[in-house]
Design a binder for this molecule. Structure first.
Ligand code: AMP
Ligand code: ZN
Ligand code: FE
Ligand code: FE
Length: 299
């Protein structure tokens, strides 16, 4: 246990304007360089559209950009599991077509959220939400529209008052099963990791065994503001399950998540471990992923 962990030089969980982050991909990379980072993973929700810009900026600035993604899934017992992908062969057409489907479902759900809010007398328009979202639209964009109109003081306030289950603006969206998210990432050559696992119910008893069975390769132990005891508990789980401990800030820009870019210590060798795991996987490719029957309309 190190009382003063060294400054982090890597951050493997970040979001850009391609999903619900506040900085465009090139700006995020510039901020990473300024923070002294040598590697970031860009892990936008349901999209890899930020990667070309991030990779180009990374090549200029000397920052390695790992091709990543984050897929939010529903757990059968309630709650969510967020599955990260690292080292993806992200251009694969089958992978892209599933991401397209997930983003389409986000669009329809966004429109329905705006309709529901309006029916409740809250003046928030879909057109404005769409403008605020440059890529994959999500509740944080609805939150920003609510703040603009004076209905909430910040993103957390908007979530609590309007955007969580039971509140007037909440609409669920189509999500993959957690195991399918893992399989999808593996089918695109990536290493699948379970994001911010500490709060997940039945983690050690049910969730991890099921995901490991589907091919999970990593566990996000060094997450955001996890304290040392939480990190240690996750590291034990990772060790027992043979998973690579990963980590990052989940940086979205100021005012969304508390940890600054590069603000969470992650061991630098994690990058090589992920690359080697992806390489090994490519030498013995997994079963091709058969997508679940995706509904033709919003749920
Ligand atoms: P969505 O993908 O549209 O369901 O929105 C979920 C995303 O919103 C999460 O992945 C987080 O990035 C963000 N989020 C969830 N809860 C909050 C919250 N209370 N405050 C700020 N951001 C949140
Ligand atoms: Zn997000
Ligand atoms: Fe997440
Ligand atoms: Fe995230």
């Amino acid at each position: 246990m190190q009382p003063h962990p060294p400054r982090s030089t890597i951050d493997l969980h970040t979001h850009s304007t391609a999903s619900d982050g506040l900085h465009p991909p090139a700006e995020l990379v510039a901020l990473a360089a300024k923070a002294g980072l040598t590697t970031i993973a860009l892990t936008d929700h349901d999209t890899t559209e930020g990667l070309p810009e991030a990779l180009a900026a990374g090549a200029q600035a000397g920052v390695v950009v790992i091709a990543g993604v984050e897929l939010n899934t529903d757990l059968p017992g309630g709650g969510e599991a967020h599955v990260l992908g690292y080292e993806l062969e992200w251009r694969q057409p089958a992978f892209q077509s599933t991401l397209h489907f997930l983003r389409d479902a986000r669009e329809r759900r966004g429109e329905r959220m705006a309709e529901q809010l309006q029916r409740a007398g809250i003046d928030v328009r879909w057109e404005r939400i769409r403008e605020l979202a440059q890529g994959a639209v999500g509740r944080p964009h609805v939150a920003r529209a609510l703040i603009e109109q004076g209905y909430a003081t910040d993103v957390n306030d908007a979530f609590a008052r309007y955007l969580t289950p039971g509140q007037v603006g909440y609409v669920p969206r189509f999500k993959l099963a957690p195991e399918d998210a893992v399989r999808l990432i593996r089918s695109a050559g990536g290493v699948a990791g379970l994001a911010h696992p500490a709060g997940i119910p039945q983690l050690a008893e049910a969730v991890l065994p099921a995901l490991v069975g589907a091919g999970l390769g990593a566990l996000e132990c060094y997450y955001g503001d996890y304290d040392e005891a939480t990190v240690a508990r996750c590291l034990t789980l990772a060790l027992h399950a043979g998973l690579i401990p990963t980590g990052g800030s989940d940086y979205h820009g100021e005012g969304m998540h508390p940890t600054p870019l590069g603000g969470r210590y992650v061991p630098v060798e994690t990058v090589a471990r992920l690359r080697e795991a992806a390489q090994r996987q490519r030498e013995a490719p997994p079963e091709p992923f058969t997508p679940p029957t995706l509904p033709t309309q919003a749920e």
